[in-house]
Ligand binder design. Structure first.
Ligand code: MN
Ligand code: MN
Length: 320
């Protein structure tokens, strides 16, 4: 049972469009706040998109996601889970990146998540572009390589861009495997599709044993069957969940830099997150929401709805 301090502001007490918009209307508890020692799940913004190779904008994601997250209520409509009553959740604020220096930004992100890990907090992060996942994994995988369930149109497993640039949002998981942060035999990538430069990423996946489930297979089998396999692949060991909003069809999630057609609808998008129950989640992220391409805010609303589904499973799994 959570401490009353960590309950969100109810829409019965203050209308949901009013007040300072923290993630899901939770209290803001930064890393220097004495109450940080009581936080179990930390919602964190990482407003950094310097790994973006095409249309930029996810640096603005956390602010819009916070705004749209005020639409989230206390109880999961499908499962009845009330995550904010199960565990102490808080908005830990934003990582402070250096938008003019990619390596410095990654060091800052890792240092922030080192402190989150030292405090025993399970992080749920809103990006930012997908390169954010690499410095986060550097902090979370300090003691053991992690498994990963990865929802995306893209593998993000390419070796390099522009003739040798190693750090872009198309390369984070190649680096994570090379650095021993991920156990590739416990990594599954779901929803892969679209035109590509070549097959170099898929060849790498095959060579190290990463399971790629392309969108054709996802649609043929359905989300339940695919998620059953994904949970078998990661097993009971520590697992990271990385959710690129471009996994979802651009009809439902147009506000992203690298959309690909033929994807899951919004119901399938929350279904796969809801089916993460039982996974030993040590951290999760929702990345690539790009407000400049999200005029209605619908993409950000879908993004925070996915975050809520992940949060519900994380909260249940933290129960004694
Ligand atoms: Mn991605
Ligand atoms: Mn993608």
């Amino acid at each position: 049972m959570s401490d009353a301090f960590f309950r969100p502001v109810s829409g019965f007490d203050l209308p949901r469009y009013a007040g300072v918009p923290t993630f899901m209307r939770l209290p803001h508890v930064d890393l220097d706040n004495p109450r940080i020692k009581d936080v179990q799940i930390g919602l964190i913004g990482s407003p950094w998109d310097s790994g973006t190779t095409n249309r930029p904008g996810p640096r603005h994601g956390p602010r819009q996601l916070r705004d749209m997250s005020t639409m989230i209520r206390a109880q999961n409509g499908a499962t009845g889970v009330r995550p904010f009553e199960l565990v102490n959740c808080a908005d830990l604020g934003d990582v402070a990146p250096n938008p003019a220096d990619l390596q410095d930004s990654m060091a800052r992100i890792t240092a922030f998540f080192d402190r989150v890990g030292d405090a025993g907090i399970v992080p749920l992060t809103a990006g930012g572009d997908h390169l954010n996942s690499l410095p986060i994994l550097r902090a979370l995988a300090r003691s053991t390589p992690l498994g990963m369930i990865h929802f995306d149109s893209h593998t993000d497993l390419f070796h390099s861009y522009f003739g040798g640039t190693l750090y872009t949002h198309g390369t984070p998981f190649r680096r994570a495997v090379e650095e021993g942060l991920l156990d590739p035999r416990r990594v599954v990538q779901i929803g892969i599709r679209g035109t590509t430069y070549d097959s170099e990423d898929r060849d790498f996946a095959d060579s190290v044993g990463i399971r790629v489930i392309p969108i054709e297979e996802f649609h043929a089998r359905g989300p339940q069957d695919v998620m059953t396999e994904a949970k078998e692949i990661v097993g009971n060991a520590p697992t990271y969940v990385s959710y690129d909003i471009d996994f979802v069809d651009p009809a439902f999630a147009p506000g992203t830099g690298t959309p690909e057609i033929g994807g899951p609808d919004s119901y399938q998008a929350i279904t796969v997150a809801r089916m993460l129950g039982g996974v030993n989640i040590v951290g999760a992220d929702l990345v690539e929401v790009s407000p400049p391409f999200d005029a209605s805010g619908a993409t950000a609303y879908l993004g925070v709805s996915i975050m809520f589904e992940m949060l519900c499973n994380m909260a249940v799994s933290l129960q004694p």
